[in-house]
Design a protein around this ligand. Structure first.
Ligand SMILES: C[S@@+](CC[C@H](N)C(=O)[O-])C[C@H]1O[C@@H](n2cnc3c(N)ncnc32)[C@H](O)[C@@H]1O
Length: 242
């Protein structure tokens, strides 16, 4: 029994190491292609170059189909403060940044330091400035409790995140949502949360939806696409102290 446990632990560690190595190689080659082939300073060219790369190589980027659904949500919501969990090489970040209003800000969290560094460079290559975005190199669970200082949230009810994108690890979607609510980072007057699933089979997708449906006072499911679920958070009980 003990041998089975040790073997399963070794197997898990090996799978994790392989995933990490594959992720790093993928980040390096995606970045190299985009950096050398796109027109610097043009966000649309950066996006097209990512898509060109993904036509012939495996890529974790959301791609144009999910990208268009994301664009529609960003245009409709006009968010001021956006949090992205799982930035990889910055495809989604560039997609969002190009649609934000001048006062809009993006905080992108990425666990892999190499992907975070390369992704940040891609965002700069697309023509965005550090005043418009911030990259945090850490796990979502570690980043969330530190976000308040980056958001400079004050007591006004309109403050907080008004759009959260989750494309990191589906097993973390619910714990991270709970942490964002616990830390009072979601804008009480309304925050949309986009849970991106892409091609990944997410065993826990039903659990997240069941949990949300059991909290109709604060959450509603806005739309359920094959690759993306949009939920809406609102806390009407928050007092507005003028
Ligand atoms: C599917 S990719 C994101 C792709 C990105 N949305 C795009 O379109 O370019 C997932 C990324 O999430 C990162 N990641 C995984 N678990 C994470 C966690 N707990 N916190 C932060 N990032 C995480 C991975 O390193 C990977 O780069």
């Amino acid at each position: 029994r003990c041998r089975v446990k040790v073997a399963s632990l070794c197997h898990g560690a090996l799978a994790w190491a392989l995933r990490l190595l594959r992720g790093r190689a993928c980040a390096k080659s995606t970045h190299a292609f985009v950096f050398s082939q796109c027109t610097h300073g043009q966000a649309d060219s950066v996006l097209q170059t990512f898509e060109l790369y993904a036509d012939t190589h495996p890529s974790p980027c959301i791609g144009p189909l999910t990208g268009e659904a994301l664009d529609e949500a960003v245009r409709r919501l006009g968010p001021s403060r956006v949090l992205e969990l799982g930035m990889h090489c910055g495809y989604t970040s560039v997609r969002v940044l190009r649609l934000l209003r001048p006062a809009g800000r993006l905080i992108a969290v990425e666990l892999d330091p190499l992907a975070a560094e390369l992704g940040e460079e891609v965002i700069l290559v697309a023509g965005f400035k550090h005043s418009q975005f911030q990259v945090l190199t850490s796990s979502s669970a570690e980043a969330i409790p530190t976000l308040r200082s980056f958001l400079e949230i004050n007591q006004r009810v309109s403050d907080g995140l008004d759009l959260v994108l989750m494309d990191h690890d589906p097993a973390q979607y619910l714990p991270d949502l709970l942490a964002l609510e616990r830390e009072e980072l979601l804008c009480p007057s309304g925050c949309s949360v986009l849970l991106i699933y892409g091609n990944r089979r997410a065993r826990n997708r039903g659990d997240v939806l069941d949990w949300i449906r059991a909290r109709p006072d604060r959450y509603s499911v806005k739309s359920e696409l094959q690759f993306m679920t949009e939920i809406f958070y609102q806390n009407k009980s928050t007092r507005v102290d003028e």
